[in-house]
Design a protein around this ligand. Structure first.
Ligand code: UD1
Length: 344
């Protein structure tokens, strides 16, 4: 099998390429950046996915497509909305148009995200499952971080979100990830080809971008610690996330690309274990500590686009895709602490 991996020079994409090559498959990388960690068993084509003419012929001899190329993270502010839409929406549209033109009918695996669910499944003690409204600046300023019930205004608890939960993107990045899913699904319906959307949780691990506004929190905390600064924890540190190791995410992609039967549909890609952002800061502080430990600072600061908790069910991925995360949080965090930083 020979796969096209868009974004294959990036953080998750480069691990997908390694997983493909290790399993004896071919990989052609399409990325506008040169690979920081090239795999000698892969081919590389440096081109911007938005400019189709510049990667003409890249689909020749391709059996499956793994679409990882995207602008990630929460972004800075509305000043980068056009960049998100260009990279994520237009980039995907250009890919799909090329697949259409070439009559491609193989598997398409898309890197999607848990952010498509927004606050996910919220539970009110009095009113049962409810859809949490976005948190207001006034609540956040007052340190009221938990979403509140729209009926009685009491803080809400959280349930595990499954793939059938309604989508509710809360920021530009989330909106583009959902749109990517919809565009790819439309192509799948038109062609009958199988489309798998992998909704990643918070991916961390080796090669994680650092030093950019688009870096994930594990990388931000790690960079601060190695520079001798305490990690700055937003809100009260109680935000719940599922930190999933990048090698596990790569394996989920490999399964979706190569399983004997295609696995169309959406899958949460998660470790199945929940940790708070405060837990992560403490674990990294402990792992980086070199004689003297830098305790995380709980700042109370907040970002309007952040969701409070993102916790989803890993059941469907386990049952249908046969995916189960293998890297425990403590092991992955300790290894990340020891990693050299990668400029993003
Ligand atoms: C992350 C990914 C996103 C992915 C999603 C899946 C990044 C940048 N974002 O979004 O691509 O689709 O997971 O769930 O990799 N925080 C701090 N201190 C900081 C920075 C952040 O406390 O210095 C907190 C934030 O308030 C938030 C949490 O850490 O509650 C996670 O933030 P972030 O790493 O940006 O990730 P997500 O928004 O969860």
């Amino acid at each position: 099998m020979r796969a096209l991996v868009t974004g294959g020079s990036g953080f998750v994409g480069s691990h997908v390429v390694d997983a493909l090559v290790d399993a004896g498959h071919g990989a052609l990388v399409l990325d506008r950046a040169a690979p920081a960690h090239p795999n000698v068993g892969a081919e590389y084509r440096q081109a911007d996915i938005r400019h189709r003419a510049s990667w003409d012929g890249a689909l020749d001899g391709i059996d499956a497509v793994c679409h990882q190329a995207a602008r990630v993270g929460l972004g800075v502010d509305m000043g980068d909305v056009a960049d998100y839409v260009a990279d994520n929406d237009t980039g995907t549209a250009e890919l799909l148009q090329a697949l259409h033109r070439d009559g491609f009918r193989g598997r398409l695996v898309l890197a999607s995200s848990m952010v498509v669910y927004g606050e996910g499944l919220s539970l009110c003690a009095a009113h049962g499952p409810v859809r949490a409204p976005p948190r207001t600046p006034a609540d956040l300023d007052a340190g009221q971080f938990e979403p509140r019930c729209p009926t009685c205004a009491e803080p809400l608890g959280q349930g595990e979100v499954d793939e059938d939960a309604p989508s509710d993107p809360r920021n530009v990045y989330a909106a583009t990830k959902l749109h990517q899913e919809h565009l790819c699904a439309a192509w799948g319906r038109e062609t009958g080809a199988p489309v798998t959307a992998l909704r990643y949780h918070n991916v961390y691990g080796p090669r994680m971008p650092a030093g950019t506004p688009y870096a994930g929190v594990a990388s931000i905390f790690r960079s601060a610690l190695v520079a001798g600064r305490a990690p700055q924890v937003f809100e009260d540190g109680g935000q719940r996330r599922d930190f999933v190791h990048v090698t596990d995410v790569a394996r989920a992609n490999l399964l979706a690309l190569t399983s004997p039967e295609p696995t169309p549909g959406a899958f949460n890609v998660a470790s199945g274990h929940v940790h708070t952002v405060g837990d992560l800061a403490a674990a990294l502080a402990g792992a980086v500590a070199d004689g003297h430990r830098l305790d995380p600072v709980i700042t109370g600061r907040w970002r309007l686009g952040d969701v409070r908790h993102v916790v989803a069910s890993a059941r469907r991925a386990r049952e249908v895709l046969g995916f189960e995360a293998a890297v425990p949080f403590a092991t992955g965090v300790a290894a990340l602490a020891a990693e050299p930083a990668v400029p993003g």
